[in-house]
Design a protein around this ligand. Structure first.
Ligand SMILES: NC(=O)c1ccc[n+]([C@@H]2O[C@H](COP(=O)([O-])OP(=O)(O)OC[C@H]3O[C@@H](n4cnc5c(N)ncnc54)[C@H](O)[C@@H]3O)[C@@H](O)[C@H]2O)c1
Length: 251
C-alpha cells in the first residue's frame, strides 16, 4: 500500500513503542515522517531505520509540553515542506496512583504531556489544514480513558479528556474538511507496559492470560489502525474513538 505518497506526517512520541511503529508504518507507505520526541536516544534510531529502508524521515527533539517549542517546530516545518497532511498526537506518560498517592507534579505533568501538548500542536497545525481544506489528526487516547482502570486517576482523566477533545475538534472542524479521530488501545507491549509490569511485579504471561485474545497487542497493530484512520480509506471516519483491546474488559 502507498496511501501516504507525497504526504507529510508529524508523529509525537515517535521514539516510543507505539510511536516508532506509527512512524515506520507511515514511512513505509510513502509519507515523509517527522518523528517528534524529547528523547534523542529513542527517536534518532527510528529515523535512521526508516532512512536505511529507503524512507523519508527526520527527527524533531522537543518537549511537546512546551508550547513555544511546538509552535516553532511546526512553523519551520511548514516553511520547508509547505504542508502537513497528518498529525498523530501519540506522546504520553503514565503516572499511576490514587488521588492521595499522587504528587502535584504527577497531576500537572500528566495534563501537560497527555493533553496540553495536543492543544498546542493542533492550534499550530490546524490553520494550514483549514486553509487547504484537508488534513487528518489521530490522537492516542486509551481504553482507560473510556473505562477507567483502578489506581491511575491522573492517567485516566487525561485520556478521557483526549477522547473528548477529539470529538469536539472533529465536530468543530469537519465542515472545514478536517478529520479527527482517536485510538483507544488496551494493553500493548511497549516500554511503557514493561515499566508497568516492573512496578506491579506481574509477568507478561499473567497479562497475556487476562486478554481474551490470549495476548497483549503489538505496537504494529496499533500503527495499522492509526494508518487506516489517517488515510483516504477512512473518509467518513470523523470523531470516532476506536478501541483496540483484544476484547479485554478493564479489570
Ligand atoms: N502501551 C500501552 O499499553 C498503551 C495503552 C493505551 C494507550 N497508550 C498510549 O500510547 C501512547 C504511546 O505509548 P507507548 O506505550 O508507546 O509509550 P512509550 O513510553 O514507549 O513511548 C512514549 C514516547 O513519548 C515520549 N515522550 C514522553 N513525554 C514526552 C514529551 N513531553 N515530549 C516529547 N516526547 C515525549 C517518550 O520519550 C517516549 O519515546 C501514549 O500516549 C500512551 O498513553 C499506551
Amino acid at each position: 500500500m502507498n496511501r501516504f505518497k507525497s504526504k507529510v506526517a508529524v508523529v509525537t512520541g515517535g521514539g516510543g513503542g507505539i510511536g516508532a511503529a506509527i512512524c515506520k508504518r507511515l514511512a513505509r507507505e510513502g509519507a515523509a515522517v517527522v518523528a517528534v520526541d524529547m528523547s534523542p536516544s529513542a527517536v534518532l534510531p527510528v529515523v535512521a531505520d526508516i532512512i536505511a529502508s529507503g524512507g523519508v524521515a527526520e527527527a524533531a527533539v522537543i518537549n511537546v509540553a512546551d508550547e513555544g517549542a511546538c509552535g516553532q517546530m511546526i512553523e519551520k516545518l511548514l516553511s520547508r515542506r509547505q504542508r502537513i497532511d497528518v498529525l498523530v498526537n501519540n506522546a504520553g506518560i503514565f503516572r499511576g496512583g490514587k488521588l492521595l498517592d499522587l504528587s502535584d507534579d504527577d497531576w500537572r505533568r500528566s495534563f501537560a504531556v497527555n493533553l496540553d501538548a495536543i492543544y498546542h500542536l493542533c492550534r499550530s497545525v490546524l490553520p494550514s489544514m483549514v486553509a487547504r481544506r484537508a488534513g487528518a489528526i489521530v490522537n492516542t487516547s486509551s481504553q482507560w480513558g473510556l473505562h477507567p482502570a483502578p489506581d491511575c486517576i491522573a492517567y485516566n482523566v487525561t485520556k478521557a479528556a483526549v477522547a473528548s477533545f477529539t470529538q469536539n475538534l472533529a465536530r468543530d472542524y469537519a465542515p472545514d474538511g478536517i478529520r479527527v479521530n482517536a485510538v483507544c488501545p488496551g494493553e500493548i507491549y511497549t516500554p511503557m507496559l514493561e515499566q508497568g509490569l516492573e512496578r506491579s511485579g506481574r509477568s507478561i504471561d499473567d497479562l497475556n492470560k487476562r486478554v481474551p485474545f490470549g495476548r497483549v497487542g503489538t505496537s504494529e497493530e496499533v500503527a495499522a489502525l492509526v494508518a487506516f484512520l489517517a488515510s483516504d480509506e477512512a473518509p467518513f471516519m470523523c470523531g470516532s474513538l476506536v478501541e483496540i483491546t483484544g476484547a479485554q474488559a478493564v479489570a
